[in-house]
Design a protein around this ligand. Structure first.
Ligand SMILES: C[S@@+](CC[C@H](N)C(=O)[O-])C[C@H]1O[C@@H](n2cnc3c(N)ncnc32)[C@H](O)[C@@H]1O
Length: 260
């Protein structure tokens, strides 16, 4: 296969996203190798030994790209990302505004459903975060058959509304994962098409409360606010199924509001 990127998985779930370069490169955890040479005859599903490790070549779907992504800022995972996609009703051809891009954990899920007729606008004030997020999105673009038109703006979202309006007249959804939601909500609520929704990711309750108030002040109707609990089950050593041991953790409170 001659793709730009290859996804290689270990049996323990550890995943590597490797640039298929025809030159020796160092991949953390795998050592130095020429990926183009080693992977030339390796199709998706086939196994390959690199250094001491046996790896399986996998399709570059969101779970694999997310597991092997470059990371900096805290990312949104599939539990909350899936809820946003469903509650915002995102699909091919939609225009979505997202801030901040961070490591693009959420952006990967959004870009995957918009298709090549969609428009994805991301905003981020911190260059060092944007570099990581844009690298992850670029990998996805090179791996997937369809990818939305992507515009990235540098700055606080509340300061970039004029630039956003230069790109699009209105948006089908807004997602805000940033520390201070009210200025962002006040500045962007007017960009929503009638019936379109805005979602907030709020790690602590004070953020949720302020986001709720800001949505109402901006004329939006809060449709849902709360938290998703995820409880994984596994097979018990003596038979049967039970919740696995481990933390029953919190990610964030989520809020969805609609422009009616
Ligand atoms: C937790 S990270 C986002 C992570 C991202 N959702 C992901 O899944 O990878 C929050 C980001 O928001 C950015 N940010 C903070 N205030 C902002 C603002 N007013 N407008 C746009 N981005 C902002 C931060 O620099 C940071 O990169």
């Amino acid at each position: 296969m001659t793709d730009a990127w290859a996804v290689l998985g270990e049996s323990n779930g550890k995943t590597y996203v490797v640039a298929v370069l025809d030159e020796p490169q160092k991949v953390k955890g795998l050592g130095v190798f020429n990926a183009a040479e080693v992977l030339r005859e390796i199709d998706i599903g086939q196994h390959v030994v690199i250094g001491q490790k046996e790896l399986q070549r996998l399709a570059p779907r969101v779970p694999e790209l997310a597991r092997g992504m470059v990371r900096r800022a805290q990312t949104i995972g599939c539990k909350d990302a899936g809820f946003f996609l469903a509650r915002l009703g995102l699909g091919p051809g939609d225009t979505v505004l997202e801030a901040g891009i961070g490591s693009a954990g959420l952006s990967l899920y959004i870009a995957r459903v918009l298709g090549d007729k969609g428009v994805h606008i991301t905003v981020e004030p911190r260059q060092e975060h944007a570099e990581v997020g844009l690298e992850n999105l670029e990998r996805a673009k090179q791996c997937w058959p369809a990818f939305p038109t992507h515009h990235h703006l540098t700055g606080l979202i509340e300061d970039t509304v004029d630039d956003i309006e230069q790109l699009v007249k209105a948006v089908d959804a807004i997602v805000l994962d940033l520390p201070d939601h009210p200025p962002a909500i006040a500045a962007t609520a007017g960009l929503l098409k009638p019936g379109a929704r805005l979602a907030c990711y709020c790690p602590v309750t004070s953020q949720l409360e302020r986001a709720w108030e800001a949505c109402e002040t901006a004329g939006l109707t809060v449709e849902w606010a709360g938290e998703l609990m995820e409880r994984e089950w596994g097979r018990a050593s003596k038979g049967g199924m039970r919740p696995v041991n481990g933390p029953f953790g919190h990610t964030a409170f989520l809020l969805v509001a609609q422009r009616l």
